[in-house]
Design a protein around this ligand. Sequence first.
Ligand SMILES: NC(=O)c1ccc[n+]([C@@H]2O[C@H](COP(=O)([O-])OP(=O)(O)OC[C@H]3O[C@@H](n4cnc5c(N)ncnc54)[C@H](O)[C@@H]3O)[C@@H](O)[C@H]2O)c1
Length: 434
Amino acid sequence: MKIAMVGTGYVGLVSGVCFSDFGHEVVCVDNNPEKIEKLERGEVPIYEPGLDDLMAKNVDAGRLNFSRDLEASVAAADAVFIAVGTPTRRGDGHADLTFVYAVAEEIGRALSGYTVVVTKSTVPVGTNEQVKKIIAETNPDADFDVASNPEFLREGAAIDDFMRPDRVIVGAQTDRAREVMQDVYRPLFLRDYPILMMDLESAELTKYAANAFLAAKITFINEIATLCERVGADIKLVSKGMGLDGRIGNKFLHAGPGYGGSCFPKDTSALARIGQEHAVPMQITETVIKVNDEVKRRMIGKIEDICDGSFNGKTITVLGVTFKPNTDDMRDAPSLTIVPALIGGGAKVRVVDPQGRREGEALLPGVEWLEDTYAACKGADALVVLTEWNEFRALDLKRIAASMASANLADLRNIYAPTDAKRSGFLNYVSVGR
Ligand SMILES: NC(=O)c1ccc[n+]([C@@H]2O[C@H](COP(=O)([O-])OP(=O)(O)OC[C@H]3O[C@@H](n4cnc5c(N)ncnc54)[C@H](O)[C@@H]3O)[C@@H](O)[C@H]2O)c1
C-alpha cells in the first residue's frame, strides 16, 4: 500500500514512520522546507524517544521517504493522510481549520486514481464532509472517499501507543474506503487490536469526547487536591484509594500544576465551541477549562508563599518547562503561565530542562538556561519542580538544600515525600494536595 502523510509534526511523522514499519511505502510531506531537509539528512526535528532509530531503519529499507512535493506524493498514493495542525483559532476558541482546508484543496488538485483521503488531525464534527466538498469542487472528476481516523498517541510514548493502541477509530462512508483502511491497519487488525468502524461524525466526536474526559479527570483530582490542603488530607492517598476502583482507574489521577500541552487546552476549547454552535452547551468541559486556569494560577501563589510573599529580587530555579516529560513540546505548558509570573514579580529565573530549551528560548524570554541541576540550585532562594523528568526524581536533596541561599522547595508534581524534604534541610516545602 502506498501512503502519503501530509504534515510531519508530532503526529504525522510518528504515524508515517510507524506505517512504513508496518511494511507500507510511505512518503511524509511537509511545506516547511527546513523540516524536510533535516529529515532527508536523517535528523528527527522533534524529540520523541525511539523515533530516530525506527525512522533510520525504514529509510534504509527503502520504504520511507520525505518530500515537499505534495502533488507527486498524493498522485501516487492509495491513501492520503492529513496530519496538519488544528490550533485554537484566535478570538473565539474554535479549532482553526485553515491548514486542513488548504491541504484538502491541494490534495483535490493532485488526486489520480481511486484514493482515500483520511483526516488524522483532530477536527470538529462536519470537517470531513467539508473536506469532501472541497475536493469534489476542486476536482469534479476525482475518484475518492474521505475517512476520519483521529489519533490518540501520547507524546513521549508515541511509538508504543501507535504500535499497541487501545483502539483505532475509523469513520467512513463506503465499503471501499473501509477496506482500504483495514489494509492500512492490517498488522494491528491481525494482532486483534480493536479497530472500530463508524460514521464520520461519531469518529470526529470520539476524539474530542476522549480528550475532554481525560482533561476533566485531571482537573477533578486537582480540585480535590485543593480541598485536601484545607481539610488536612493527602491527595496521594485519596488518589490511590479512588484509582483502585476498577470503574475509576488509576490513570490521570496525579495532582499537579494543571494540564497543558498541544491537545487538551485546544481540544476542550474547541469542544466547548462545538457545543455552543449546536445549542448544547458543554457545561462540564467549560467548567474544566475555568478550573484548570485557576489551578495554574494557584501554583503561582504556592511559590509566592515559600518566597516570603514576594518574588522581587529572588533567584528561583525551575526544573522542567515542557508540558510533560519525554517531549520537547512547549505548547500551552503550565510553565508559560508560571515562569512569566515569577519574572514579572521581579525574580531571576534559572531553568533546567533536558529537551525544552530549543522551543523554550523564544517562549520564555529573560530566563537563564542551565544544564546541571546542582549548579542551577546554587545560591537560589527557591526551587520549583514543574515537570517530572526522571532525572529530577532522585536528586540529592541534602546537597541542594545546603547549597541554596534559602532552602525552599515547591514540588508541584509531588515527586518527593514532605518528610524527606524537611529531613534534607528544606525550611519550606510545599506540594499539591498534601
Ligand atoms: N501532538 C499530539 O500529541 C497529538 C495527538 C493526537 C492528535 N493530535 C492532532 O494531530 C494534528 C497534528 O498535530 P501535531 O502536534 O502533529 O502538529 P504539528 O504542528 O507538530 O505538525 C503539523 C505539521 O503540518 C505541517 N503543515 C502545515 N500546513 C501544511 C501544508 N499546507 N502542507 C504540508 N504540511 C503542512 C507543518 O509544517 C507541521 O510540520 C492536530 O490536529 C492535533 O490536534 C496531536
